[in-house]
Design a protein around this ligand. Sequence first.
Ligand SMILES: Nc1nc2c(ncn2[C@@H]2O[C@H](COP(=O)(O)OP(=O)(O)OP(=O)(O)O)[C@@H](O)[C@H]2O)c(=O)[nH]1
Ligand SMILES: [Mg+2]
Length: 458
Amino acid sequence: MPQSMLTPAIREQIALLDRADIMVGIPSFKNAATIGYVVHAAQAGLVQYFPDLRPVVVNSDAGSPDGTQRVVIETEPPDYVEEILLVRPRNKLSRVSLTYPEIDGVGGKGAALKTIFEIADALEVQALVVVDSDLRSILPEWVELLAGPILKGGYDFVAPLYSRYKYDGTITNTVTYPLTRALYGLRIRQPIGGDFGVSGDLVKHYLRADDWTDDISKFGIDIWMTTTALTGGFAICQARLGSKVHDPKDPGSDLGPMFRQVVGTVLRLAVLHADRWLDIRNSHDVPAYGFERIADPPPLDVNTVRLVSEFHNGSLMLADAWRGMFAPANVDAILELVIEAGSVGDAARSKLEMEGPGAATPTTAQMAAALAGFHFPDDLWARIVYDMVIAARRDPEGIDRLVASFVPVYFGRVASFIIENRDLTTEQAEERVMRQAREFELLKPYLVDLWRGGIRRG
Ligand SMILES: Nc1nc2c(ncn2[C@@H]2O[C@H](COP(=O)(O)OP(=O)(O)OP(=O)(O)O)[C@@H](O)[C@H]2O)c(=O)[nH]1
Ligand SMILES: [Mg+2]
């Protein structure tokens, strides 16, 4: 990890704090509307579940212009929590909100978390819990669920386990879950969930790591934390948190940059840690703690017609790039799918009368029904993700370009997932995600053979 770049102001803040046993860290960027609730829940969790420990809450903010930091400072003080919970903690709860420094000129969620790691280390905490600041469904209990396995069970890394709406978490479902599971052999269902528990030892390991990149300063941070825990041999478990409700994002319009940062990081790490995954076959369950809850996460709209057309239009600019990235048979299969996407997309648009001024946007269900028939097979998706790993090894400097060219193909895959799952329950859609992950495991020899066969042209 790059040298500590804590500003003098942050050092002063740390000096004012006593040592702490448990810390909740909250990264933020323009989350004034939601962070108050998150701080509230974090404080209540610390007071209710760990009254004997010395607690601290740290908000690491990007310097948000919307008053995020003010909301944190003005959230009801911990005394209020004591009143509603009738618990008298033995230790004062400290609360800090600060503006984190960029890392090599790059800010983002990862840069925010690096400052959180440094403060956790300076305060010598035994357990660090990090939670996103746009959460609606966090409860005080999350603090116990994410820190308890570390403090009571000897674990170093607690990944979240939640039910998400079937169209939420598409980067997780299509890439990070199946690839992490097939590469490293552990079924961590939410490797980039955003809400984690980390032991003091693992925080130190993060701070010593020397593989930091600009993408990790942004949304690459979550998969980096998970993968670094895996490759470092740390004890990992999952915690059942119920449902994840947060600011909704449409994969087609909001997730392109995030996809590039996450997948760029996954690929770099896969290349770096080949010795950790080449011999692994199949996968194991990861222990899960917490009471199993029946949760019904709210639905999410996805402009599926746009996803299909982004896939189709992407081919116009990127077919040559794809030829350099994927095995020839896989490029042929993708280009066939592109043709199908073109005709299915055209038919859907005219059926839904989406063209012309004032045309209304149809619902996700209407779009998915109108696009029925478009199908991006599981095995093709697994093979091209593996082709990406090989391409990343061949040209590590070109990973950003590689991943940018991959985005429209991901849109095609997500569209297919939505179209096929339109009539399924969230539970049935989960089974589809598992089926796809098994396909990744089944085809792992394809990756290993290519890797061991040396570098080839696509
Ligand atoms: N400090 C900082 N935090 C950020 C930045 N961008 C996002 N975050 C925080 O990172 C957390 C997660 O960001 P989201 O945008 O909600 O992303 P996400 O929930 O992981 O992604 P989706 O599952 O795709 O919605 C939130 O707490 C954000 O405030 C940033 O530039 N700086
Ligand atoms: Mg979010």
